[in-house]
Design a binder for this molecule. Structure first.
Ligand code: B12
Length: 417
């Protein structure tokens, strides 16, 4: 009797340890489920008509259970047929996870990603934190395929994260936590103890940094990093040192959904897994049985921002004060647009009025990025980009999503990250 109790206790102890995942998730109350279904329908509709398949959307669909199986199949086929030669390591990692979540073979893509990661190293001790986002996705994808082969590369990432001196970035910390947790949970028996200690130390550091960014309303970092941060906090073996109230976080995110803040398909793809109590660690466990379609219960769509016939005035400034960039300028214009217009309309109107405001955009998974203004273009090697601000506060959305208010002063500032 005493032995069986003891055995049971040690079994439970083992389950709580490295072999199993520590889950601290919470679920959406049944009454609020239609809100979650509503944003999933929005995301799937956008995916059906998107020119380029978005792997994050397919991952979210497979983790949540697809509403529209045709869209799920279309996305899977498009991703299988896509050319991976020009992808960044982060994009390749997302493609591998997306295809894995659709139960497709990814052997070639995995070998290519492993080769890329074998030569990866951070550019310097002060490399921007967000430069670890793609490599963290890569370790996560490789860990899910073959943790033993990934050990030395993951160790390099962990050491680089510990040594990095740049300001912390929640989105990146969340992805790094998922990657390191995957590795920590899958350290092969007989591996050096040093790996366990290293991953645990790096996780402790990152989770501590995430936890100090938990706001009173439950938001972690900002509204759009919260989904990834929830995934991180719900799986990490390191408890955050600040108590995390998961229910509060879910409640606030649901309020934001109701207010229409989650309309960008990518923002939905990043928040949906957490709202369905899933994480990217579940990617290899997705069931691909044909009966996996989920029929939503009365999807409720967030009401679109009302656009009225009245006009608003937005003050728009473009400024480049970066030394080393030849053309310095600081120009301001007042632009009148329909109330409810997105910022992109302001930029278009400014360009129409004065060629100094001409701009170019590039398509990304989040939509249009303003890549150049007045012939000054962003440059990854120089870490320069056009940052958009309201006064001195950076906007939390891009120009195709952000809706300015009357008399708002928007600045586009050429700066470095
Ligand atoms: C790194 C990063 C950047 C870098 C990208 C360049 C680089 N080479 O590293 C820089 C610093 C330039 C940047 C800029 C901005 N960013 Co940013 N960025 C990120 C971050 C942390 C990681 C992106 C990444 O590497 N993804 C992995 C790779 C594999 O995927 P990818 O699709 O190839 O990634 C590309 C896009 O994500 C794109 N991108 C990055 N940020 C943004 C923002 C918008 C609006 C768009 C359309 C595209 C875009 O650049 C990536 C590299 O090419 C994400 C976090 C997240 N949760 O996704 C935020 C994130 C996407 N950014 C965000 C924002 C708000 C911005 C800015 C609008 C901030 C501002 N006030 O100016 C600007 C864009 C302005 C413009 N000119 O149009 C938000 C978007 C939220 C939303 N609902 O739209 C996020 C989610 C951060 C957050 N939690 O709030 N960003």
């Amino acid at each position: 009797m005493a032995c069986s109790a003891l055995c049971l206790l040690s079994l439970l102890w083992a389950a709580a340890g490295t072999g199993a995942q520590t889950q601290r998730s919470c679920s959406v109350p049944p009454a609020q489920q239609p809100l979650v279904h509503g944003i999933q329908v929005l995301m799937e509709r956008a995916a059906a008509s998107a020119a380029v398949p978005n792997p994050s959307v397919l991952i979210a669909m497979n983790l949540a259970g697809a509403h529209d199986l045709d869209v799920q199949k279309l996305l899977t086929l498009k991703l299988m047929a896509s050319d991976t030669a020009d992808l960044t390591i982060g994009q390749l990692a997302l493609t591998i996870m997306a295809l894995t979540s659709s139960c497709q073979d990814t052997g070639t893509q995995v070998s290519s990603l492993r080769r890329h990661m074998e030569t990866w190293a951070p550019s310097s001790l002060s490399a921007p934190a967000s430069s670890f986002y793609g490599p963290s996705l890569a370790i996560l994808a490789l860990c899910q395929q073959n943790p033993a082969l990934t050990l030395p590369i993951a160790a390099r990432l962990a050491k680089a994260l510990l040594a990095n001196t740049s300001p912390f970035n929640v989105d990146t910390g969340a992805v790094a936590t998922l990657a390191l947790t995957c590795m920590y949970n899958k350290i092969p028996v007989g591996s050096e103890e040093g790996y366990r200690v290293l991953f645990r130390q790096a996780l402790k550091d990152v989770v501590e940094s995430i936890s100090v960014r938990i706001l009173d309303n439950g938001i972690i970092g900002d509204m759009y990093s919260t989904g990834l941060a929830m995934q991180a906090l719900s799986v990490t073996p390191e408890k955050p040192n600040k108590e995390w109230n998961c229910e509060k976080t879910v409640e606030t995110i649901l309020t934001k959904i109701q207010q229409g803040d989650f309309h960008n398909p990518m923002s939905i793809a990043q928040v949906l897994p957490s709202l369905e109590s899933k994480t990217y660690l579940d990617v290899p466990r997705v069931s691909c049985r044909p009966d996996h379609e989920v029929h939503p219960t009365q999807p409720s769509h967030p009401s679109p921002v009302p656009t009225s016939a009245s006009n608003i005035t937005v003050t728009y400034t473009i400024t480049n004060q970066l030394r080393g960039v030849d053309l310095l300028f600081n120009v301001t214009v007042d632009i009148s647009v329909r109330n409810g217009s997105v910022l992109l309309v302001v930029l278009q109107e400014a360009q129409r009025r004065n060629p100094v405001f001409r701009f170019e955009t590039t398509m990304t998974s989040w939509g249009l990025v303003v890549s150049s203004i007045n012939d000054i273009a962003e440059n990854v090697h120089h870490r320069t980009y056009w940052q958009f601000l309201n006064g001195k506060t950076p906007l939390n959305e891009g120009v195709a999503d952000y809706v300015p208010f009357n008399h708002e002063h928007i600045t586009a500032n050429f700066t470095q990250y």
